[in-house]
Design a protein around this ligand. Structure first.
Ligand SMILES: Cc1ncc(COP(=O)(O)O)c(C=O)c1O
Length: 383
C-alpha cells in the first residue's frame, strides 16, 4: 500500500540537507554558547551564524530575533511579554476568532488576568473586515494579534492594512506567521508589524524550535528567567542543533519560495480538477478564501459524509489528511475556524484539510482524488 503524507500544515519532513547540518552540529559540537572557552566560542559562532542567516532571509536585524521552542512559545512570548509591560494597568487586546489555539488560549488566560479581549468575527471565507477592527479599537487597546495565514483553511489576512491602522493608533501589532513562512515572502522591516512568530517544523526544519521577531524599540518583558541568553528575552541554553537546522531550512525555503509556490499551486489544481472529474463538483465544497489563500492548504467539505468517516477511510488507503479539529474523548469537535466562518452544519461536519509540500507529486494528488471518489461512491452505496 502507498503511504501519502498530506498533512504538511501539521508538520513537514525534515529536508535531508537540514538533517545533515544538524548531525554535524550534534556530533561535532558540544560546547555551551555561554561558555568562554574555545568549545563555547564555537557554539556561539554556530548560533550567531544561524541567527544572521535567518535575519537576512526575514529582512530584520539579528538582534531582533529571539529563538524559542517553536510557534506556540513565540505566540505566548509575544502576548504575555507585551501584556506584562502594562504593570497592573490592564487594558484591551484585539485578536480574531480564527487564531491558532496558541494565541486563543493565551488570550483566554490574559482575560483571567484581568485584560479585556475582543475576538473579531470573520466572513464566510475566514477574513476579518477592517471596519470591524477599526470599530473595536478603544483608547486602552495596547495590542492587536492577527495571524497572517490560517492553518486550517489557508486564508490570508490583510496584514498591511491591519498594521497601518495599528501604527496610526500607536498599538503594538503581533502577527502569527507560522503557516506563511516559506510560502509568502516576508520582509519584517517593510511590513508594519512589531512582533512576528515563526516555527521551523513547518518549513522542513526540526520540530521544537522557532523564533519571535521583536522590532527594535518594542518593550518585550521576558517570560523565562535565568541566564542572559537571547539578550535576556528568553533565558536557557540555546537548542544549537535545532537552530542550525532551522537556519538551513530557512535558507532552502527562501531560495525556493517561487518554485514552491508554483509547485503547490499545481498540486492544488491537479487535485481539485481530478476531484471534480471523479467525485463531481456537486459533491464537495472548498472552504476558505478563493483569492487570498495559502496554496499548500486546501480544506474541503464532503457534505454527504462526515469528517471522521472520511479520515478513517483515507487512512485505510494509506493517505494522511487532517480534520483541523481537536479529537476529544473519541469524537471530533467542530473546528472553531469553520464555526467562525458560519458555514452550514453539513459543511462543518464534513471538512477535511489536505496540506502538501516537499516530496508530494501530481500523481499522488490524482491518486488521492481517485480514492476519495471511490470512498464517496462506497459510502453512497451503503445507504
Ligand atoms: C498558525 C499556527 N500558529 C502556531 C502554531 C504552533 O506552532 P508549533 O507547533 O511550532 O508550536 C501552529 C502549528 O500548527 C500554527 O499553524
Amino acid at each position: 500500500m502507498k503511504h501519502l503524507y498530506l498533512d504538511h500544515a501539521a508538520s513537514t519532513p525534515v529536508h535531508p540537507e537540514v538533517a545533515k547540518v544538524m548531525m554535524e552540529v550534534m556530533t561535532g559540537q558540544y560546547g555551551n554558547a555561554s561558555s568562554v572557552h574555545a568549545f563555547g566560542r564555537a557554539a556561539k559562532r554556530t548560533v550567531s551564524g544561524a541567527r544572521d542567516r535567518i535575519a537576512a532571509s526575514l529582512g530584520c536585524l539579528p538582534d531582533e530575533l529571539v529563538f524559542t521552542g517553536g510557534g506556540t512559545e513565540s505566540d505566548n512570548l509575544a502576548l504575555f511579554g507585551i501584556a506584562a509591560g502594562r504593570a497592573g494597568q490592564g487594558g484591551h487586546i484585539i485578536t480574531t476568532a480564527v487564531e491558532h489555539h496558541a494565541v486563543l488560549h493565551a488570550c483566554e488566560e490574559l482575560e483571567c488576568q484581568g485584560f479585556r479581549v475582543t475576538y473579531l468575527p470573520v466572513d464566510s471565507h475566514g477574513r476579518i473586515r477592517i471596519q470591524d477592527l477599526e470599530e473595536a479599537i478603544t483608547p486602552d487597546t495596547f495590542l492587536i494579534s492577527v495571524m497572517y495565514g490560517n492553518n486550517e483553511v489557508g486564508t490570508l489576512q490583510p496584514i498591511e492594512e491591519i498594521g497601518t491602522l495599528a501604527r496610526e493608533h500607536g498599538i503594538v501589532f503581533h502577527v502569527d506567521a507560522v503557516q506563511v513562512l516559506g510560502s509568502v515572502p516576508i520582509s519584517c522591516k517593510e511590513l508594519p508589524v512589531d512582533l512576528m512568530s515563526f516555527s521551523s517544523h513547518k518549513i522542513n526544519g526540526p520540530q521544537g524550535v522557532g523564533a519571535l521577531y521583536v522590532r527594535k524599540g518594542v518593550a518585550l518583558q521576558p517570560r523565562a528567567f535565568g541566564g542572559l541568553q537571547e539578550k535576556k528575552r528568553r533565558a536557557g541554553t540555546e537548542n544549537m542543533a535545532g537552530i542550525a537546522g532551522f537556519a538551513k531550512a530557512m535558507e532552502i525555503a527562501a531560495a525556493s519560495i517561487e518554485e514552491r509556490r508554483a509547485h503547490d499551486l499545481e498540486l492544488r489544481k491537479v487535485f481539485l480538477d481530478r476531484l471534480e472529474a471523479c467525485a463531481g463538483a456537486a459533491h464537495f465544497v472548498v472552504n476558505g478564501d478563493p483569492e487570498h489563500f495559502l496554496p499548500h492548504i486546501v480544506n474541503i467539505s464532503f457534505p454527504e459524509t462526515d469528517t471522521e468517516t472520511l479520515l478513517m477511510n483515507l487512512d485505510m488507503e494509506g493517505i494522511a489528511a487532517a480534520s483541523g479539529s481537536a479529537c476529544t474523548s473519541g469524537s471530533l469537535e467542530i473546528s472553531h475556524v469553520l464555526q467562525a466562518m458560519k458555514l452550514s452544519e453539513d459543511v462543518l461536519r464534513s471538512a477535511v484539510r489536505f496540506s502538501f509540500g516537499l516530496g508530494n507529486t501530481t500523481e499522488e494528488m490524482e491518486y488521492t482524488a481517485d480514492k476519495i471518489g471511490t470512498i464517496l461512491g462506497r459510502l453512497r452505496n451503503r445507504h
